[in-house]
Ligand binder design. Sequence first.
Ligand code: MF3
Ligand code: CO
Ligand code: CO
Length: 267
Amino acid sequence: MPILIKTPEEIEKMRAACRLGAEVLDYIAPYVKPGVSTLELNRLCHDYMTNVQDTIPAPLNYAPPGYTPYPFAICASINHQICHGFPNERPLKSGDIVNLDITVIKDGFHGDTSRMFLPGNPSIQAKRLCDVTFECLWLGIGAVRPGGHLGDIGAVIQKHAEKSGFSVVREFCGHGIGRAFHEEPQVLHYGKTGQGEKLAPGMIFTIEPMINAGKAAIRHMPDGWTVTTRDRSLSAQWEHTVLVTETGVEVLTLSTGCPPAPEGMSA
Ligand code: MF3
Ligand code: CO
Ligand code: CO
């Protein structure tokens, strides 16, 4: 399958789905406090999507080749969990860092976005990891332009992560998105400027760097989904869905509650 170029009608539907995805994170943010469990957050998000938004939680029963159906409406990855964490009954405690990853389907189109939450008082190191990962996301977004290359995105992310003393997860990447949850291309979070597929207006994909405080190596948990750092170091991730425009990039998963681009970085 080649990279799909979305039509203006499809882009309009993606704008709607992506905004709704971001609005789930706005909705849940005030609940992410010490004492709440990620299973409770899953329930709240599920009910908000299905009852308020009339969206479908895309993760629920999602089963790519080689995977068992994902059994929850959201992904909740805590501390050394990198991605695809199962919501569970353990109450969050001050100092945990948690990624909530939301994908909604509206009118047949997917919107995919995730943020880090730091309930209570994070350590300086944990806060810095989350900040650097957010900067990686926005550096990647800033590298998107028609005529540019996918490698431009990976290169700026890898450079910033590694010069900060952190490492980039290799096994998971950003992805094209639209009628399908995961489409071509693969958007690697490492690489070289000028390499990889050329970007063209109408392409829509996610950028979702996973950055580890320690080594890059991962471990798969026996639940078939949860991925952790092999060295049990902390891991952070932020995700936006973006559109390549005629002149640059449009971030589709913005909302009133989403943190603004870091100082001096923008789309
Ligand atoms: N939202 C994740 C991503 O960013 C994918 C989660 S797949 C699931 O690509 F089944 F775990 F939800
Ligand atoms: Co994604
Ligand atoms: Co996601």
